[in-house]
Design a protein around this ligand. Structure first.
Ligand code: G6P
Ligand code: MG
Length: 219
């Protein structure tokens, strides 16, 4: 039976991809590295340190660990400053409605994000109260596609994986959900999240009615 829902944050509840893009672009320009939207797509769902490694590999750059950490921190400072512009108007269409509906019906709801800034983002959106459990980039060491963040969230909700549905917009996020034995809903195109149990193009289509209709006997 489905008793809990675990939501990724970036690309599911709100669209921070553009802000991440701008911050990585600013750093890359300063460093003389190539960085574009196509490369930014590869960073969807993965941790900050994995992200900078992808960018550096793409540019065939190698630096000391300390230098890499300091550049990742620099990008993060730019990103965090840009979060101040985020308001409760910045939910992806349909996300707030689904969260409200799940609370009304008494489901357990958790966050399962790779971001170390998840709490700040939730505060900017005024969304913290929707979540019983917050799993973020500080909760586990192994990031997606490892299932650890979702297993952490499920354990805190005191639910087994097969009682939970994970919402994800990233290919590696769906990989993580599957690796952990969770049901999954993918938000985005077939080529990115087509391996989820159920897929919607946008959160707007992801109503509880549609989810219950698809998963049927599990409710
Ligand atoms: C999310 C985003 C990624 C980002 C990661 C880490 O998963 O989709 O693009 O790299 O969070 O975010 P952070 O806020 O910790 O740098
Ligand atoms: Mg995401």
């Amino acid at each position: 039976m489905i008793k809990g829902f675990i939501f990724d944050l970036d690309g599911v509840i709100t669209d921070t991809a553009e802000l991440h893009y701008e911050a990585w672009k600013k750093l890359s320009d300063e460093m003389g590295w190539h960085f574009d939207r196509e490369l930014n797509e590869q960073l969807r769902g993965i941790s900050r340190m994995d992200s900078i490694k992808v960018i550096m590999d793409h540019n065939k750059v190698s630096l000391t660990d300390d230098a890499v950490v300091s550049l990742a921190t620099k990008k993060n400072d730019i990103y965090v400053a840009s979060l101040d512009t985020m308001t409760p108007d910045d939910y992806l269409p349909g996300a707030r409605e689904l969260l409200t509906h799940l609370r009304t019906e008494g489901f357990s709801v958790a966050l399962g994000s790779a971001s170390k800034n998840a709490i700040k983002v939730l505060e900017q959106l005024n969304a913290t109260h929707y979540f019983d459990v917050i799993g973020d980039g500080n909760s586990v060491t192994q990031s997606k596609p490892a299932p650890d963040i979702f297993l952490f969230a499920a354990e805190k909700m005191k639910l087994p994986a097969n009682n939970c549905i994970v919402f994800e917009d990233a290919e590696k996020g769906i990989d993580a959900a599957k690796a952990g034995g969770f049901y999954s809903v993918g938000i985005g195109p077939e080529e990115r999240v087509g391996h989820a149990n159920l897929r919607f193009d946008t959160m707007k289509q992801a109503t509880l009615f549609e989810i219950k209709s698809f998963f049927g006997d599990l409710f």
